[in-house]
Design a protein around this ligand. Structure first.
Ligand SMILES: [Fe+2]
Length: 288
């Protein structure tokens, strides 16, 4: 038995990614995403020979799950002892036939970035693959995992990020809310449907801290600590980063409510958060 539940938020080996390992008191793992193929050696170091009771895939973007897909293609995930792969991705067959979504070119590109790659290995995962539903509660040892949000029909402007799973992991001592890469529109739906469930001790900042959910979501979570899956250039970027500097372009791309990391950091300061775990500074070890 381990004396504590430990969350390792892994540092980037690739430029940009999200990867978490939770080690339970019974020495089993919950893995979240894993990052890019370059991030796999560090992930394996932290998992060691432990059993992975649950591997949660937040959404089908390469900076989150391309490492997982690559390991499957290399050797069928032979380096990992996985019991269950938990995910819920949007219906590719249906969405790929949609013709009139806003920012349609981006929509088409986004749903083709990684989702078809996952679907190509889905069958091979067999009974280990588990499509979780919103509202479902799962458990691994002392960790309870409540799934508060999955993809919604109609959120097409930022389709894959707004399809992120949102879930709260609760131990006897702490709760940590994972927001994946949820954007402003997904945040609105989450707030509308589940605001009464959001309060948590720790939050993983949505979408690496920028272009993410609104202040009201964070104000409702009211965390004491934030996890930033962000390299330092992103954590320290200017108030108006170059990719958001053109207001016409933001309007055209339906991104008027998307802001840089600097503003999110101001929000968290307003909420009185003093503890920040930033992966750009190295792998973060957090007791749960
Ligand atoms: Fe991401």
């Amino acid at each position: 038995m381990n004396p504590e539940t430990i969350l390792y938020q892994l540092t980037e080996t690739s430029e940009f990614m999200m990867s978490s390992v939770i080690v339970t008191k019974e020495n089993n793992c919950i893995v979240i995403d894993g990052g890019n193929p370059e991030d796999m050696p560090l992930l394996k170091e932290y998992i060691g020979k432990r059993h992975i009771s649950m591997w949660i895939l937040t959404h089908a973007h390469s900076d989150h799950i391309s490492g997982f897909i690559d390991e499957y293609r290399k050797n069928g995930l032979a380096d990992f002892d996985i019991e269950r792969v938990v995910y819920n991705f949007p219906p590719y067959e249906k969405w790929s036939k949609l013709e009139h979504t806003p920012c349609h070119e981006f929509f088409v590109m986004d749903i083709h970035e990684t989702l078809p790659d996952f679907l190509s290995i889905r069958e091979g995962l067999g009974e280990r693959a588990y499509e979780v539903k919103q509202g479902e509660r799962l458990a691994v040892d002392e960790c309870t995992i409540d799934f508060l949000y999955t993809w919604h029909e109609g959120l097409y402007e930022n389709p894959m990020n707004d399809s992120s799973l949102v879930f709260k992991i609760t131990t006897p001592n702490k709760s940590v809310l994972f927001l994946g890469d949820l954007g402003p529109a997904g945040g609105d739906v989450l707030f509308e449907e589940s605001r009464h469930l959001l309060k948590s001790d720790i939050v993983q900042m949505a979408h690496h801290g920028h272009m993410n959910v609104g202040l009201e979501v964070y104000a409702t979570i009211l965390p004491e600590a934030c996890i930033w899956c962000a390299p330092m250039w992103l954590y320290n970027e200017p108030e108006l980063p170059p990719y958001l500097a053109n207001p016409e372009k933001r309007k055209k791309n339906h991104r008027t409510r998307m802001f840089g990391t600097a503003l999110t950091r101001k929000w968290m300061a307003l909420l009185g958060v003093r503890t920040h775990y930033v992966t750009g500074e190295g792998t973060q070890t957090i007791l749960l």
